[in-house]
Design a protein around this ligand. Structure first.
Ligand code: HDE
Length: 700
């Protein structure tokens, strides 16, 4: 029976456990109030505090079946973490088709505008172990399971549209090189080490991706503010059997946003679960994250004239060449009930496709189709992993598969094979509506080889670089310099630089300078570099601003005596912009505003650094400013916000704290003369960062 008084229930629970610890007295649960604790066999348990012993101080008895069952189950709680993408966070939601695509695909999910299909999405980092921090510089996984009416379709993508390697046979090498080094077991969740850059420097095909991972794309502000990509070229097949090539894109409704590197480093300490918490909080508060699904559709004629091979996963097709058609929206509106049951046990597979969608010969995709099925058996331990509710289709399914560990869905009846002559009782049959592979004509010698155009390794890396704003180019330069400065072997650094010369000589020179090294000669390209590809503005985060502060967080540093009217005005303006406010105070219990009201704080100042916020306001009173000048974490709050190019609002009274933190007010710092200025500050925040400040605060 549902409990009508949850507060009563928790009070009684607390009471019961206190009694228990105090004296071992048995708490009697009134019937229907709280479920009785039982063993897994359903046997009610009378004492869960003491194991069964011989006498009060004697040995534990084997006979204690409750103790043995409890410990046995605990001992077996862990399953192997994913070999890559171990750290992840998932949520439920729906995909809504906004226009029918019946002209290009017979996939049921794309037939009817307005139709909603349930989905489960898991975001992840690639290299770190399950317990690693969220803000590692890394590619983010963006895996979507669509529970369509004609079976599960998994679009297992990333937040970067290209990949490191061209052939799946190199995947174990790439991942071995990226993860912790095998002799020492570190560093974890970072690519700033010799093995990784050694591999990259010996695999020129990875240079395009290297530029992407050294950009701010690998330190996203949150999952909600990043793009997603299917990476490979797939096929859509219509009812007449016609094939159209497709690349899948996810476009975040709130726009893209990343943090800066120094912020990421500090966030990992301040809140290693920053991305998890962000997604959880957004969904719990009803601010549902949303993306649009975009398709780049093209045919053989385009593929033939394009400078690169459409089967090469280290290349994009610029949006300016093939525009994106937006055909649906993805909304995440429900957090999981249980992390392990759903997020940990979800099994994505590139091989899960549905009628109307098909693979191409992209050699990475072909290899993935083997790997994902195989890896689930290792991780989940039984070929029946599809019977787990999170993996099971939500449409009817009928197979002749049976038995194996943990069987739940053996079909009823006598027929467990096909063909059979049991007529209507003979179980399911093939259908004309079933999945049909596109009959692409293939011929050729069996060879270990790659398409000729795969040998172009630098042209698109160059295009990516020249598409960035100056700020973003600086971040790329800084990231290369940082990562290579952690590489201890000079020859590896030199080899990476020799590739960068082919991408952009100026970039290579700046990185070499930053390292204090000589610029080497260019590596010999396997194919001539195309140097006149035009910039693609769509590749820049900063060139595509959301023009809004919606979904972002304003952190307000307060103290006793904080100006009540200013605070109220800022809170109101933030709300109007769809932003969240968090109050940071010297004591978490709260503070008293200038009008004598008591307000609780969300964070104590040493637990709420400004890296947690997109913009900050310093509303401390004159006494508060005097007190907080003595507090290093309060000075850091201000100094970091300034160094990370954030917009800062301040009351007049707070100025001494800013001065003590070394802040010289600029165009990104706004002194609020009164409540009427709050709106103007929030307007400023819609620009997200005051990038003009960066050259002033970072000289090396
Ligand atoms: Fe994966 N990848 N991958 N990958 N991948 C896995 O499958 C693999 C690649 C991606 O949230 C594994 O269930 C190979 C590209 C995501 O559960 C494994 C190759 C892209 C996730 C595997 C690639 C991805 C995985 C490990 C080279 C972007 C997490 C656990 C051919 C398009 C899914 C698992 C989740 C997970 C193999 C390359 C995305 C071992 C062999 C390219 C988002 O099967």
């Amino acid at each position: 029976m549902a409990n009508k008084h949850p507060e009563l229930k928790s009070a009684k629970l607390a009471d019961a456990s206190i009694k228990r610890r105090a004296g071992g007295e048995t708490h009697q649960v009134a019937e229907g109030e709280i479920a009785a604790l039982t063993t897994r066999q359903g046997v009610p348990v009378s004492d869960d505090q003491n194991s069964l012993k011989l006498g009060q101080r004697g040995p534990t008895l084997m006979e204690d079946f409750h103790f043995r069952e409890k410990i046995f189950h605990f001992d077996h709680e862990r399953i192997p973490e994913r070999v890559v993408h171990a750290r992840g966070f998932g949520a439920h939601g729906f995909f809504e088709t906004t226009e029918s695509l019946a002209d290009v695909t017979s996939a049921d999910i794309f037939q009817r505008a307005g139709e909603k299909t349930p989905v489960f999405v898991r975001f992840s980092t690639v290299a770190g172990n399950k317990g690693s921090a969220d803000l590692a510089r890394d590619v983010r996984g963006f895996a979507v399971k669509f529970y369509t009416k004609e079976g599960n379709w998994d679009l297992v993508g990333n937040n970067i549209p290209v990949f490191f390697i061209q052939d799946a046979i190199k995947f174990p090498d790439l991942i071995h090189a990226a993860k912790q080094e095998p002799d020492r077991g570190f560093p974890q969740a970072q690519t700033a080490h010799d093995n990784f850059w050694d591999f990259i420097s010996l695999m020129p095909e990875s240079i395009n991706m290297a530029l992407w991972i050294m950009s701010d794309r690998t330190i996203p502000r949150s999952f909600r503010f990043m793009e997603g990509f299917g990476v490979h070229t797939f096929r859509l097949i219509n009812a007449a059997g016609k094939s159209t090539y497709v690349k899948f894109h996810w476009k975040p409704k709130l726009g893209m946003q990343s943090v800066v590197w120094n912020e990421a480093v500090k966030l990992n300490g301040a809140d290693p679960d920053f991305h998890r918490r962000d997604l959880w909080d957004a969904i719990q508060s009803g601010d549902y994250p949303e993306w649009e699904l975009g398709l780049q559709l093209f045919d053989d004629a385009f593929a033939d004239k394009f400078e690169f091979d459409i089967l090469d996963p280290t290349k994009i097709i610029p949006e300016e060449r093939v525009p994106i058609r937006r055909v649906g929206r993805l909304v995440l509106d429900r957090t999981v009930d249980n992390f392990f049951k759903e997020t940990e046990q979800v099994a994505f597979q590139t091989g899960n496709i549905v009628p109307g969608i098909d693979f191409t010969n992209d050699p990475l995709l072909q290899g993935r189709n083997f790997s994902y099925l195989d890896t689930q058996l290792k991780r989940l331990g039984s070929p029946n992993f599809n019977d787990l509710p999170i993996n099971s289709p939500k449409c009817p399914f009928h197979t002749f598969q049976q038995d194996g560990h943990m069987t739940l869905t053996n079909p009823k009846g006598r027929a467990n094979y096909e063909p059979n002559s049991w007529g209507a009782d003979g179980g399911p049959r093939e259908t004309a509506k079933g999945f049909r592979t596109f009959p692409a004509e293939e011929s050729g010698e069996k060879r270990r080889a790659r398409g000729e155009l795969f040998a172009d390794h630098y042209s698109q890396a160059r295009q990516f670089y020249i598409s960035q704003t100056e700020t973003e180019q600086t971040h790329i330069k800084d990231a290369f310099t940082f990562e290579l400065s952690k590489v201890e072997t000079p020859a590896i650094r030199t080899r990476v630089l020799s590739h960068l010369v082919n991408v952009d000589k100026q970039l290579a020179k700046m990185v070499a300078d930053g390292l204090g090294m000589k610029l080497p000669a260019a590596a010999t390209p396997a194919r001539e570099v195309i140097t006149d590809l035009p910039p693609s503005p769509a590749l820049s985060i900063v060139k595509n601003p959301p023009g809004s502060f919606k979904g972002r967080k304003l952190g307000i540093l307060v103290s006793d005596g904080a100006d009540a009217a200013l605070l109220a005005a800022l809170e109101k303006a933030a709300k109007q912009h769809g932003a969240v406010v968090e109050l940071v105070a010297p004591k978490v219990g709260g503070f008293t505003t200038s009008d004598g009201k008591q307000r609780p704080a969300k964070q104590k100042v040493n637990g709420g650094p400004s890296v947690l916020y997109d913009a900050v306001a310093i509303l401390v009173s004159a006494e508060g400013a005097a007190q907080l000048q003595q507090e290093a974490t309060a000075r850091d709050f201000v100094a970091d916000a300034f160094a990370h190019a954030k917009f800062i609002a301040t009351s007049e009274d707070a100025m001494p704290l800013l001065e003590k933190a070394g802040v010289e007010p600029d165009g990104g710092v706004m002194t609020l003369a009164g409540p009427k200025d709050a709106g103007g500050f929030l307007e400023l925040c819609t620009q997200l960062r005051f990038w003009e400040r960066e050259p002033e605060v970072h000289a090396v």
